[in-house]
Each structure stands twice: as structure tokens, then as C-alpha cells.
Write a protein that binds this ligand. Structure first.
Ligand code: AMO
Length: 430
């Protein structure tokens, strides 16, 4: 007999079903028990009358069930299954669960949830986060493929760092000291030049940052885009704005249950405001008496500025544009019209930076000069700089942090809750 997923029982309309899943909860009575069965798609009530079996049945055992579907208004979802045969196919070997997983709220600290990740993820509400995440990836992929972007996979063990700074992990690669990629930056640009023109990558990025905060991971998934033959950075912001619109309509279609579970109503996206960094800094000072660091706004500034944008434009998103050269990586295109500034941007969503992007320098000589100006020697990046000799088109791109956008869509208060198996300063297991 073919297995039926719980969410399909009603639609299948069959009377006899084979179900597989875990024992979510047992409510025993004198000569029967209501057993809630959970699979990846939902929970259904079973009526079990085999008292011998019930004596040994434990919560979270993996089981297979043959039974008859009957309607019952009082049962969750309006149906229940009268069990004819129940077989334990995965025994339990615990005395006490690390924490209860069938209550309304999880009663375990974040650290404990992460220590016992396979247990906390058994909760449908915790797993719902990753359904949303899966659909973000799906929307990213189908939006870009539809626009003629090619999906690429670039190395994560690399010979030289790309984003500057010291936040890079080293790896022993046979006799050599190498690094874990902080971003696919150089490779995505090179592939534009290699003739793919438009590329995207969904892959891990590594940051040896010591920040142990609610928004930082040491390993995260980067949704990267790079596009050739652009006019300027506005083409990139248009592309990302289009993606956000597409994403929200995709999630409304595919994740209704999950969004409802988190009480999230996604707004219709129209235009995302684009404001220069220097204007944003002025607004922060004027409206909130908030001073900003040179060439940036800090985490509290991002929160206050988002508040201002929400009130003024009714938007959860805002692009901050024109960051100074001194605060952007060496590959960033200077802006001729704005002394000392670059054609770059950040996207802030509900008070958190989720994207950095911009136009890149595409001229070989200009790139080399900028590297020297930045105090790094072009020879160290030969493999990258070399590819600019052969007609590199004007290009640019951006990257979205997958866990950050997931966290913000669901209003989670810690990025670890949007990470299957987080890596942070203290955590390297499970
Ligand atoms: P940037 O370094 O700003 O830019 O990273 C892009 C986006 O990646 C996410 N992110 C992180 N998420 C979780 N933990 C971290 N430690 C972390 N660091 C970054 C954020 C951020 O906005 N090469 C450029 C992108 C480009 O210009 O194409 C880059 O990597 O959401």
C-alpha cells in the first residue's frame, strides 16, 4: 500500500491509509488512547485500542500505521484515524526528553534548542522557518533564471581574501596557507567576464568575525548575483527590488500556513526608497539626535532609520546609496559625480542590513591603480586582475544574507533560529 502524507489524507478521500511518522503526544484513557501522529506535513489524531501496544508506546517513537479514516468534528482538522495496525519502526532509547516538544511554546533556552537541534526541529513551528527559507532560495533561483542568469558554483577554499579586513579563516591546504571564502566576489565577477554575463550563486560564506551577536554567524549562506553590461548601480537596485516583489508574492502562494503560524502579513512591495548615506546620517542627527560613525551608520542607526522610513514611506525596506570609497572594498566603482563616494548600496530591511552591492571597477588599469591606492599589490590577485585585460564589460552585483532575510521576514529575534546548524564564536557542534 502507498504511504499517504498527513496533509493529503482529506484530499485523497481514501478510507484506508498507510501513515508514517512520529508519536507526537499520547492521551490515555481506560481502554484506548488518542495518539497524535506527526509527519513532515502535519499532525493527525489516531485512535488506538491495542492496549498491549499502548503499554510500550513512547512519545517520539517512529511508527507506521494502517487505519481507517473517519470524520470527527471534535478531532483536530475534523478527521481521525482508527488504527488497525501500528508498528514501531524506530525505537526510543531515552529516559526523559531533553525538553518537551509538544507544548504550545518551546520550554528550552536557545542554546539548549541548538544543542538538541534534531529534537527542537521536530516542532512544526521551528521547522516552518526552514520551509520559508527553502522557498526564499527557490524564489531567488527562479526569478534569476527567468532573467537569463546562470547558476554557478565557485570554490570555497581560496588563495587570497576578497573583502579585505582580517575576518578570514585560514585553512591548511597541503603545504600552503589558504583561506575560506568570505564571499564568491572575485569568481562571480570573473564568470561575468568569462561570457556568462549574468550569474548567481547560492553558497556558504565564512567570516572569522568575533562578534557574537543576534545577527552574526561565522558561516552563512550568501545569495550572490553578478550582472554584466549594466548602466550603473541603479540597474542592480532595480533587479533586487524586482526580486523582493517576486519573493513576497511567491511566499504568499507557497507558505501561507507558515506565515500564518508566525502571524506575518507580507506587504505588497512598490518602490523601495533610495537615500544617500549622507542624507540618512543627516536625518538621523536631525530626527533622533543620533550621531553616525564616519562613512556608515551603526546597528542602532539602522533601526532608527528604518523606523523613520516606515513612518514616512510606509516601507520596511530602504536602499542606502553612495558609500565612501574608504569604507568599501577595493573593487568598488568610484562615483564621478560625488567626490570620494562609490556606486554602491546597502539594503536595510526592518532595521537590519541584509544586502551589500554595487557597480565594480571594470577597467584593468583603473583596477590596478585602485589596488595600489588601497595599499594592496595587484600581483597578489593576479588570477583576478588578469581577467580584466580582455574586455571586461561594465558590471556589478549584490549579495543577500539568507539567514538574515529569513529572520526578518518572520520577525525572529536571533539569526540562529533561522540557521539549521549555526556556527558562531562558541558553537561548532552539532
Ligand atoms: P557583505 O560583506 O556586506 O558584502 O555581505 C553581504 C551580506 O551578507 C550577509 N552577511 C552576514 N550574515 C550573517 N552573518 C555574518 N557574519 C554576515 N556577514 C555578511 C549580510 C550582508 O548584507 N561581496 C559583497 C557583496 C557584493 O557586493 O556583491 C559582500 O560579501 O546580509
Amino acid at each position: 500500500m502507498k504511504r499517504t502524507f498527513i496533509s493529503d489524507i482529506k484530499e485523497a478521500g481514501i478510507e484506508e491509509v498507510l501513515l508514517k511518522g512520529w508519536v507526537h503526544k499520547i492521551r490515555s484513557f481506560k481502554d484506548f488512547a488518542f495518539v497524535l501522529l506527526r509527519d513532515k506535513s502535519g499532525v493527525v489524531q489516531l485512535v488506538v485500542t491495542d492496549c498491549e501496544k499502548l503499554k510500550t508506546l513512547k512519545q517520539e517513537a517512529a511508527v507506521e500505521v494502517l487505519g481507517e479514516v473517519v470524520e470527527n468534528d471534535k478531532a483536530p482538522g475534523g478527521i481521525e484515524v482508527n488504527v488497525r495496525k501500528l508498528t514501531v519502526v524506530g525505537k526510543t532509547h531515552y529516559e526523559l526528553m531533553p525538553f518537551s516538544i509538544n507544548g504550545k511554546e518551546i520550554e528550552a533556552s536557545l542554546e539548549k534548542q541548538l544543542d538538541y537541534r534534531t529534537i527542537s526541529l521536530r516542532r512544526p513551528d521551528k521547522r516552518a522557518v526552514f520551509k520559508i527559507q527553502e522557498e526564499i532560495v527557490e524564489a531567488f533561483r527562479n526569478y534569476l533564471r527567468e532573467k537569463n542568469f546562470s547558476e554557478i558554483h565557485t570554490p570555497k577554499i581560496i588563495a587570497s581574501e576578497t573583502e579585505g579586513g582580517s575576518e578570514v579563516f585560514t585553512v591548511n591546504y597541503f603545504e600552503r596557507r589558504t583561506f575560506l571564502a568570505q564571499s564568491p566576489q572575485f569568481y562571480k565577477q570573473m564568470m561575468v567576464g568569462a561570457g556568462f554575463e549574468r550569474v548567481f550563486e547560492i553558497g556558504h560564506a565564512y567570516r572569522a568575525e568575533l562578534h557574537n551577536t543576534w545577527r552574526h554567524l561565522n558561516e552563512y549562506v550568501s545569495l550572490d548575483v553578478e550582472m554584466g553590461f549594466i548602466k550603473d548601480e541603479n540597474d542592480l537596485m532595480d533587479l533586487e527590488e524586482g526580486f523582493i516583489k517576486h519573493l513576497f508574492s511567491h511566499l504568499k502562494k507557497t507558505c501561507k500556513k507558515e506565515l500564518d503560524r508566525y502571524k506575518i502579513t507580507l506587504p505588497d512591495i512598490d518602490k523601495i526608497p533610495r537615500i544617500t548615506l549622507s542624507d540618512a546620517q543627516e536625518i538621523l542627527l536631525k530626527e533622533f539626535d543620533k550621531k553616525s560613525p564616519v562613512g556608515n551608520i551603526d546597528a542602532q542607526g539602522e533601526i532608527l532609520f528604518s523606523k523613520y522610513i516606515k513612518e514616512k514611506y510606509d516601507s520596511d525596506f530602504v536602499f542606502l546609496t553612495k558609500y565612501p570609497s574608504s569604507k568599501r572594498p577595493v573593487y568598488t566603482m568610484p562615483d564621478d559625480t560625488f567626490e570620494g563616494m562609490t556606486k554602491s548600496f546597502d539594503l536595510i530591511y526592518k532595521g537590519l542590513e541584509i544586502t551589500t552591492g554595487g557597480q565594480r571597477i571594470h577597467d584593468y588599469k583603473e583596477l590596478k591603480e585602485n589596488m595600489i591606492k588601497f595599499g594592496c599589490s595587484p600581483e597578489d590577485f593576479d588570477f583576478y586582475v588578469e581577467s580584466f585585460k580582455y574586455g571586461m564589460p561594465p558590471h556589478g552585483g549584490f549579495a543577500i544574507g539568507l539567514e538574515r532575510i529569513t529572520m526578518k521576514i518572520l520577525d525572529l529575534d536571533n539569526i540562529r533560529l533561522a540557521t539549521l546548524l549555526p556556527r558562531d564564536v562558541n558553537r561548532i557542534t552539532p
